[in-house]
Write a protein that binds this ligand. Sequence first.
Ligand SMILES: [Zn+2]
Length: 153
Amino acid sequence: METELKNNQYLFAISEKIPYYLYKKHRLLTFKGWPYKKKSKCNAEKMASSGFVYAPNKECNDVAICIICWKELEGWDSDDNPIDEHRKHSPSCILFNYSLDLDINSKHTLNTISTLLTHSFNNFMEKFFENFEKGWEKKRDEILKTLNRYYKK
Ligand SMILES: [Zn+2]
């Protein structure tokens, strides 16, 4: 179980800061070291504008996660438009209902903020359990393989 929890640690780290990440300027701060430079269509500014935070890991240095639908996208191309990619991979993300800049500001009511936070939390829980199950299935397969080997002897 420890491995599954470890695999989910990056999710916890992001989830703790969700209210803070409703602000684009705070999402932008996560993009330190983002591999796509200013002239790319998917530069840090555009990524933050499209609802993403930067969440690199050992295997992949261009992972970005939407703070509301928790869609994880990687393998960006400098010609990719982050808002189009977000829409393509997660068409039902409710961030699209608010503003294209996907930033929370004084125009937004408490009701909007609460809706966004509720969606984020529900999607986070769903993703958490999905990752957890994936980790568990992998471990179960390993155990079955070992048992099969043992009983064949
Ligand atoms: Zn989203």
